[in-house]
Design a binder for this molecule. Structure first.
Ligand SMILES: Cc1ncc(COP(=O)(O)O)c(C=O)c1O
Length: 376
């Protein structure tokens, strides 16, 4: 039995809420974080009233709290990051012809089952950032369709993502794009699944980022470790309409206190108790991500992207290792990894990082042997 399976079995034998278990060895994503004992305690003390009728105090409090924290009027709980993006975009997009401009690497373009075209009937204009890092105002101006021409499909929403692949879109660029959008009557949406991480990296406070947007979707179930849930913030009329769309797609839940109690603990303990993530756990994840990157570089490896938050992109292609082989070598050490992207979350153990060092040794020793054989 490998380490990951052994810890999974241990989870069954003891109380799974008391320890991260398998999550401590899982670098595939921060979605693998395990809900904590304090979340279980909050769930057992939660209120159990109906959220479709907006009667549940714990859910109402969470919505009020996150709206205030992010400088918006209102908020609505949703089940997932995908639901957050799709409900927000459907709420903005009133009628065709309409298009949404986003980064070509964005989640809404690549990983939401084509939902924007199915649910909103909108065209997605996916833009390659010219600087290879983040979209700029120049990229947006070049690709936004601001036109009454009947042949055109006007841009109605600019949908940004922050962090994207763990990298940060700087606040001054977000502000410039937001100003451009407002000048042209274009709505701004943020896929802020990991905006918490941009804030914890001191790129700006939560409201500095979130008030640049008409809607923001933020996840509780990634690095913050809640079992379920995301939230959309926006104006009161926007959120009232979003609640309607959420109902339409089956996202209205009844005793939602079991979700929102854990989500509130995730925000307070994971992100922290203030607009700059004061006292949260993400800064430590970022420091550990930098440590993982240093371990790789000190052994002669190269990075495919800079480490700005909790993701480390090892350039395994340059090291001559296919993703499947990397995953296999990691599995031999009891680790879960899907390829060169390593996502570091606060539940990753010191032991897992040590084991990762041994995986790196194997890969980089092999690749330096290959280089010697090839004469460079
Ligand atoms: C940037 C981003 N947005 C949205 C989502 C979707 O979240 P969910 O898996 O909760 O639907 C993810 C998922 O990993 C994500 O990385």
């Amino acid at each position: 039995m490998d380490e990951a399976n052994r810890t999974a079995a241990t989870q069954k034998a003891f109380n799974a809420w008391q320890q991260p278990g398998q999550a401590a060895y899982d670098f595939r994503s921060d979605t693998m974080t395990s809900p904590t004992a304090s979340m279980l305690e909050a769930i057992s003390n939660t209120t159990l009233l109906d959220d479709v009728f907006q009667e549940d105090p714990t859910t109402n409090d969470l919505e009020r709290y996150v709206a205030e924290l992010s400088g918006h009027e209102a908020a609505v709980l949703v089940m997932s990051g995908t639901m957050g993006n799709q409900v927000a975009l459907r709420t903005h997009l009133k009628g065709p012809p309409h298009s949404v401009l986003c980064d070509i690497r964005g989640h809404i373009y690549n990983w939401e089952a084509g939902g924007v075209s199915t649910l909103s009937g909108a065209m997605l204009v996916a833009v390659q950032p010219a600087n290879g890092h983040h979209l700029t105002l120049e990229d947006v101006q070049k690709h936004a369709v601001v036109s009454d021409d009947v042949h055109a499909c006007p841009t109605r929403v600019i949908s940004l993502e922050n962090t994207l692949d763990g990298t940060i879109m700087p606040l001054d660029e977000v502000r410039k794009i937001s100003q451009f959008a407002r000048q042209h009557g274009i709505k701004m949406h943020l896929d802020g699944a990991r905006i918490w991480d941009a804030v914890a990296a001191d790129a700006g406070s939560l409201p500095e980022f979130t008030t640049c947007f008409d809607s923001v979707s933020m996840c509780f179930s990634k690095g913050l470790a809640a079992p379920i849930g995301s939230i959309i913030v926006g104006s009161k009329p926007f959120i009232a309409h979003a609640r309607w769309i959420r109902k339409m797609i089956g996202g209205g839940t009844r005793q939602a206190g079991v979700i929102s109690a854990a989500a509130r603990v995730a925000v307070d303990e994971g992100f922290g108790k203030g607009p700059r993530g004061e006292g949260g756990k993400l800064r430590d994840s970022h420091a550990r991500a930098r440590k993982v990157a240093e371990m790789w570089e000190s052994r002669g490896g190269e990075l495919a992207k800079p480490v700005e938050t909790n993701m480390v992109w090892l350039d395994i292609a340059r090291a001559g290792i296919p993703a499947a082989e990397f995953a296999r070598l990691a599995a031999d050490e009891g680790l879960k990894a899907s390829g060169g992207r390593l996502v570091v979350h606060y539940q990753i153990s010191d032991d897992a990082i040590e084991r990762l060092g041994r995986v790196m040794d194997k890969i980089l020793q092999n690749s330096s042997k290959k280089r010697k054989v090839n004469g460079h």
